[in-house]
Design a protein around this ligand. Structure first.
Ligand code: ADP
Ligand code: TYD
Length: 220
């Protein structure tokens, strides 16, 4: 019934927020589906391994097509069915990542072409809301290093790559003000979560016509 996506550069904090929102919704008696891109189906996870493996040579257009192939499968196999069951779907990255990383980061294709391409890839599915966690590339990198996760192929890119990606997200948010909500990634995890939660409550109230906080199974 609602598709909420989370975007931002690597290390911005979007996965943390997607997870916290899923927990909150569960506490409120909902049964959200939380998925990440690329991934979420057998095929998409296989594509993920290929795409993120550090030493594979991947042509930029092949990269765009593979991320998109993983998305087509995820939408068809999991996201559409969940939405049809009336569930809330939280997706950690969606096609805006392709516009930002492959479109702007790699310079593969122009935004207008990408927009119609994404429509084909997702069979017309557009997120109801996209939360963009904005954080400067240097802080994001420091957080990734602190977290100590192994660098994947995308994360081996130079800071200038991430500047192009961040600029593309900025443009997307300007171009789609109704869909995007910007969140300052320098704020605390709780402050960002509160802002997202308030927005989701409003969206759900608009959809159901009843106050969301009073419909859940747990204490207010
Ligand atoms: P992403 O999914 O955008 O790559 P993560 O959610 O995995 O980012 O967060 C990257 C690291 O930064 C993690 O160690 C996480 O605990 C930390 N982190 C996330 N949000 C914040 C925040 N608002 N302030 C400080 N650290 C954060
Ligand atoms: P992941 O470990 O999920 O990173 P993060 O926690 O930052 O989301 O790795 C996904 C990587 O793939 C990340 O560097 C962004 C990149 N990516 C693209 O380049 N294009 C895409 O369309 C998607 C979905 C991800």
């Amino acid at each position: 019934m609602l598709l909420l996506t989370f975007e931002g550069i690597d290390g911005s904090g979007k996965s943390t927020q997607a997870r916290l929102l899923a927990e909150y919704l569960r506490e409120r008696g909902q049964d959200p589906l939380l998925v990440r891109e690329p991934g979420g189906t057998e095929l998409s996870e296989k594509i993920r391994s290929v795409l993120l493996e550090p030493d594979v040579n991947v042509h930029p257009m092949a990269e765009l097509l593979l991320f998109s192939a993983a998305r087509t499968q995820l939408v068809a196999e999991r996201i559409r069915p969940a939405l049809e069951e009336g569930r809330i779907v939280l997706c950690d990255r969606f096609y805006d990542s392709t516009t930002a990383y492959q479109g702007a980061g790699r310079g593969v294709a122009d935004p207008a072409w990408l927009q119609s391409f994404h429509r084909r890839v997702t069979d017309g599915l557009v997120p109801d809301r996209t939360y963009l966690v904005e954080l400067d590339a240097e802080t994001a990198q420091a957080r990734r290093e602190e977290a100590g996760t192994k660098r994947d192929r995308m994360e081996a890119e130079a800071t200038s790559f991430y500047h192009r990606v961040a600029a593309a997200y900025d443009t997307l948010a300007d171009e789609h003000p109704h869909r995007f909500r910007r969140l300052d990634g320098h704020r605390s995890i709780d402050a960002i979560h509160d802002a997202i939660r308030t927005d989701v409550e409003t969206l759900l109230e608009e959809q159901t016509g009843t106050p969301f906080a009073s419909t859940g199974s747990s204490d207010p």
